[in-house]
Design a protein around this ligand. Sequence first.
Ligand SMILES: [Zn+2]
Length: 110
Amino acid sequence: MANVHVPKPKPVFSIRWLPRIKCYVVIDPQGAVCSAPTSKDGAERLRDAKQAEADRKAKRGVRPCLRCGHDFLSEGFHNRMCQPCRGASSAEGMSNPYCMGAMTGRRKSA
Ligand SMILES: [Zn+2]
């Protein structure tokens, strides 16, 4: 594995087979072993758990809504209002400047 240290925008955990001890371990985004040796199933579960934890630390997850203050599941630091509040702002006639265009526009057929 030569490209373990290639920087990526999203930290990714992986698993690695260690033939010497006949076990799998979880490798963190920096390429370091971050689990005890375990079975493939166990390593995959651990990797998923560590990935979820990293995602949480990257601000994906529950956060309070800027508008109503209720906790909601945020998609990231760009996502700071809960769904009802985002719907409410457009219902009040505020067009959302951060809203992406509908999928019907500007689609190139090559
Ligand atoms: Zn809200």
